[in-house]
Design a protein around this ligand. Structure first.
Ligand SMILES: Nc1nc2c(ncn2[C@@H]2O[C@H](COP(=O)(O)OP(=O)(O)OP(=O)(O)O)[C@@H](O)[C@H]2O)c(=O)[nH]1
Ligand SMILES: [Mg+2]
Length: 426
């Protein structure tokens, strides 16, 4: 089974809580703070693995979790960190955050590692807080929660060249004669159900990766046939080899085929037509082919690069491969990136979220919210005065106090933080 799209939840480990304890010394009740830090929560890390070709391993997983960090212990002992979880994914996996639809990772290399969900930091134990003014801190930080995300992984095959065309035009036959890939070949449509990759080596030493894709038909971009499911793979190939049956299988006309397939590519993504395209005029060993080719050449005009071949008799294959290699060499990476909508658009700089924003409630109170505030809130122990003081100090550092004062808040006024009431004072 070929699985090229899965959804799952990733939950990194929470950080362990810091510890509050004191050294026991002779005749000294609280001999000095002695509580260690909590351990870091385990992260979830995706790793590119060239041995994998599908996302099948993840298909039946609902959730991937990493361990929590251990709480800090007395005697200044740190809690153990949670173990990181490594998840192998095939090269060409693109990871999306389902909530924002942003690309979190694009795994394009073997052994490439990307942190998908970060483990929470461990809370600091009370010995971290001792200073000249607070010699016996009664508080420690709680651990930070680990990141949790709903993600979608889409496998978009990365190949230098993709073979496209109607069913039964000879795409699989072509890849089988120029690479070690041995896909099924037969004279009925939709023989190929999943993409095949092959490494092509030509006699002059150059090589590239070719993808044999399932046949397209009219309406593919709207979901007909195997259609749209595989059009996404063409998005990431740098050169398109359009295979056309010059013998006109089942009474089809080569020029018609050419136009229809290009129309499908265009409706799926207009930028696909900007990709260099080479026509492999196949089945030249068959009787009608010669005449059809002349007609075809006239109709498409001079600008279209056409190489007549017979995949079956292996005739004229090398010139086609040389043309592909030359074209690949002449594509500047910039050209490609510009055409590669998916990559470019989603990789644009994303403005980081403001650390906080201030909303006004129906009662006219100011409410301070935001991811950074939530993070600080979560690690604060509100039963301990010192911990609360630390929280207030951090808010001030973020500029919350200044902003509130600008808005006209005065001492003893009530403000909300994440909906909870606090009294404002300096
Ligand atoms: N005579 C002749 N037959 C060919 C040639 N190339 C392919 N064929 C035949 O055409 C039929 C279809 O070939 P495939 O390679 O399976 O075609 P495909 O494009 O991969 O088809 P789908 O996987 O269904 O999209 C097979 O019977 C092949 O033997 C050729 O150059 N000459
Ligand atoms: Mg095939």
């Amino acid at each position: 089974m070929f699985v090229d799209e899965v959804q799952l939840t990733v939950k990194a480990g929470n950080g362990g809580n810091g510890n509050v304890s004191f050294r026991h010394e002779y005749l000294v009740a609280k001999g000095g703070p002695y509580g260690g830090d909590g351990g870091r929560g385990g992260s979830i890390i995706f790793v590119g693995d060239e041995g994998l070709t599908t996302l099948l391993d993840l298909k039946y997983k609902r959730i991937v979790r990493a361990q929590n960090g251990q709480n800090g212990m007395t005697k200044n002992c740190f809690g153990k960190s949670g173990e990181d979880v490594y998840v192998k994914v095939p090269i060409g996996s693109v990871v999306y955050d389902l909530k924002t639809n942003a690309v979190i990772a694009d795994i394009t290399r073997n052994k490439q590692e990307v942190v998908i969900a970060k483990g929470g930091k461990g809370g600091r134990g009370n010995s971290s807080f001792a200073n000249a003014h607070i010699t016996a801190p009664q508080f420690a930080e709680s651990g930070e929660p680990g990141e949790e995300k709903e993600i979608k992984i889409v496998l978009k095959i990365l190949a230098d060249v993709g073979l496209v065309g109607f069913p039964s035009v000879g795409k699989s036959t072509l890849i089988s004669v120029c690479s070690a890939s041995k896909p099924k070949i037969a004279d009925y449509p939709f023989t190929t159900l999943v993409p095949n990759l092959g490494v092509v080596r030509i006699n002059d030493g150059r090589s590239f990766v070719m993808a044999d894709l399932p046949g397209l038909i009219e309406g593919a971009s709207m979901g007909a046939g195997l259609g749209i499911q595989f059009l996404k793979h063409i998005e990431r190939t740098r050169v398109i080899v359009h295979v056309i049956d010059m013998d006109s299988y089942e009474g089809r006309n080569p020029y018609d085929d050419y136009v229809k397939i290009n129309k499908e590519l265009e409706s799926y993504n207009p930028k696909l037509l900007l990709r260099p395209q080479i026509v492999a005029a196949n089945k030249m060993d068959l009787p009608n082919a010669k005449e059809n080719l002349e007609e075809f050449k006239k109709l498409v005009g001079e600008d279209v690069k056409i190489i007549p071949i017979s995949a079956y008799t292996r005739n004229n294959i090398e010139p086609l491969l040389i043309e592909v290699a030359n074209t690949l060499e002449n594509i500047k990476l910039d050209d490609f990136e510009e055409n590669d909508v998916d990559k470019v658009i989603e990789y644009r700089y994303v403005k980081p979220e403001d650390p906080f924003t201030i909303e006004v409630t129906e009662e006219g109170l100011y409410n301070v919210v935001g991811p950074e505030i939530k993070k600080l809130f979560d690690i604060t122990n509100f039963e301990k005065e010192e911990s609360v003081r630390m929280f207030a100090m951090k808010l001030r550092k973020l500029g919350v106090d200044e902003k509130l004062r600008e808005l006209g808040v005065k001492d003893d006024d009530t403000v909300l933080i994440l909906g909870y009431e606090f009294e404002f004072y300096d």
